[in-house]
Design a protein around this ligand. Structure first.
Ligand code: ZN
Ligand code: ZN
Length: 155
């Protein structure tokens, strides 16, 4: 797999969708029509979406009611395979804009407009992990979110 560590793809773009599909299929997981619809609905928004938001968008797109539970399972599958990230402070999801890179993202969460920005700093994440390991803790993933105001809202 080419190393595209910090190449961020545009949310909602063809390039992002193709990268997500490739990553899922490389891991031997099917890219079904419903999974594609869920990915498109998630990636269409630059803000974090709840499973209910995504279910509403998918339902509107396919013209029939898609249960939030089915969407939940697909979103969890996406998180497990690095196609999506959970924003814990919002109990919501965003499309991973670098699906082929499984590092720990740092999210900047605007508390005014809900926009999410994204930083990459592996030094910070790795140091959290190694400090935890030194304390005998087995980390699965750090939750790296800064709450505040984006450049538009703080202007
Ligand atoms: Zn990242
Ligand atoms: Zn904002």
């Amino acid at each position: 797999m080419p190393h595209t560590a910090t190449a961020h793809l545009e949310p909602g773009s063809h390039a992002l969708r193709a990268a997500a599909q490739a990553v899922l299929m490389q891991q031997g997981v099917q890219w079904t029509d419903l999974r594609a619809q869920v990915f498109d609905a998630l990636a269409a928004s630059g803000s974090p979406s709840s499973a209910y938001d995504v279910a509403d968008r998918v339902s509107a797109a396919v013209g029939r009611r898609i249960a939030a539970n089915s969407v939940y399972r697909i979103l969890d599958l996406f998180v497990a395979h690095s196609l999506a990230k959970r924003i814990e402070s919002r109990n919501a999801y965003v499309a991973n804009i670098h699906p082929s890179c499984a590092h720990d993202c740092i999210f900047l969460v605007c508390q005014t407009c809900g926009r999410i920005d994204h930083l990459d700093d592996d030094t910070l994440a790795d140091s959290m992990r190694s400090r935890a390991e030194a304390a005998g803790f087995v980390p699965s993933r750090p939750v790296l979110e800064l709450l505040g105001q984006c450049s538009d809202c703080s202007a």
